[in-house]
Design a protein. Structure first.
Length: 423
């Protein structure tokens, strides 16, 4: 009993500290906004002051309203189910206040009973990575049995969908999207995280055809050595680097996954042989791990296959050689021998691409939709419509302290983050 009491008060103290830190961040943000307004007002013409004052008061009001807002399922209308799995359910939803369309991820607290840190990691990564290459978080909230994260709906579908429907991408198309992926992963690493689950299913396209990263459920904070250790093997085996099978990942592990994704884009296949009798998950994982640890032995044969599959769509040998050189640089069993992200940018396969201006370029894949809820690029599961649970009073929430302060408003998070870095 004493241990339970001690544990409870430790969690309570932690929650109080987080609450105090959040209030301090908001206060600092408001002070910075006022300072910015005062500086602008001193330099402004007299006739500009009313407009500046109105804009400043509106910005303060928006921030304070957002900070006080309590999100709930009642704020959303479920339109259809985008996906279901062991993690929970993803709903396509309409925000009632303005009719904007979002994706709402609903996860059972019971499923994450002993690993709720994964959900907090995903929330923090989505909120902290205010980058053009990562999915934007609208909000995070909870009820007594579920946690929810509402994020932008990326209507272009996953890269996996495009590769599957077309069979493969050209070398030029692959180079463009791998270049954007390198930029996205660079943002994740600069934020101090390792993604640990990069794969085409977690790479989405916007309606403009540009790439954005999704699903940070397995992301982890790097330690001082740049490593993220895991008590259990985590990730999708087909995209896991050799060291990940030993229970640790690093930035170089994400670079390995970039190599696997590159090969899959070029061929529509994985660079590993999956035995037909590998029905058991562990048998399949062992087969992939063995090939990953001995990739230098298996890769030449796979590269020949890639060459053949590119040849039939008109890729010259000289161009494919650039792709081959890149793949042999990132798919190395020894993580210390793998190319770094900065070295990847120097590879010949990316000649003609300005990494700093990728977002301004016209993407090679065209996304055509007829409206905000068009699901052309989604394979919607065949299941019954599922409504969202009714919003609950705060007194009904789980008092275990395990999900304290899970609530987060994306607008407040972005504002406090920006102001903190600016001042």
């Amino acid at each position: 009993m004493d241990k339970q009491v001690t544990k409870f008060f430790a969690a309570y103290k932690k929650a109080e500290n987080e609450k105090r830190e959040h209030k301090d961040r908001v206060d600092r943000t408001l002070q910075a906004m006022r300072k910015s307004f005062q500086e602008a007002a001193r330099e402004a013409e007299p006739d500009e002051l009313p407009r500046l004052m109105q804009e400043h008061l509106h910005a303060e009001d928006e921030l304070m309203r957002a900070d006080l807002r309590m999100w709930s399922p009642d704020d959303f209308e479920s339109l259809t189910i985008l996906g279901k799995g062991g993690f929970g359910t993803v709903h396509l939803v309409r925000l009632r206040v303005n009719n904007q369309i979002y994706a709402l991820k609903r996860m059972s607290k019971e499923h994450y009973k002993k690993k709720n840190a994964l959900v907090f990691n995903e929330r923090d990564a989505l909120a902290g990575l205010s980058s053009r290459w990562c999915t934007k978080l609208l909000c995070a909230f909870q009820d007594s049995t579920n946690v929810f994260m509402a994020m932008e709906f990326l209507q272009g579908g996953s890269l996996a969908t495009h590769v599957t429907r077309r069979g493969r991408l050209s070398l030029e198309e692959t180079a463009f999207y791998v270049a954007e992926l390198i930029e996205a992963v660079s943002e994740v690493h600069r934020y101090g995280h390792v993604h640990r689950d990069l794969k085409p299913d977690n790479i989405m396209l916007t309606t403009e055809g540009h790439l954005k990263l999704l699903d940070f459920g397995l992301s982890a904070v790097q330690d001082e050595s740049g490593t993220a250790k895991c008590d259990l093997i985590c990730g999708t085996p087909e995209y896991m680097a050799p060291e990940a099978f030993d229970g640790y990942s690093s930035c170089k592990s994400d670079i390995w996954a970039i190599g696997v994704i590159t090969y899959e884009c070029l061929t529509g296949l994985l660079p590993f042989d999956i035995p037909s009798d590998a029905r058991a998950a562990m048998h399949k994982m062992d087969a992939i791990a063995d090939q990953a640890f001995n990739v230098e032995e298996h890769l030449p044969r796979k590269l020949k296959l890639a060459r053949d599959r590119q040849f039939v769509i008109g890729t010259p040998d000289s161009d494919f050689e650039k792709g081959r050189h890149f793949l042999t640089g990132v798919l190395r069993s020894n993580d210390e021998e793998r190319l770094s992200l900065s070295e990847c940018r120097e590879e010949a396969v990316f000649e003609g691409l300005d990494f700093a201006s990728l977002h301004k370029m016209r993407p090679p894949l065209s996304v055509k939709v007829t409206g905000a809820t068009d699901l052309t690029y989604f394979d919607v599961p065949d299941c019954e419509p599922e409504s969202l649970p009714k919003g609950q009073d705060i007194t009904e929430w789980n008092t275990s302290m395990k999900w304290t302060h899970f609530e987060l408003d994306g607008q407040v998070s972005a504002a406090t983050k920006q102001r903190k870095s600016k001042y």
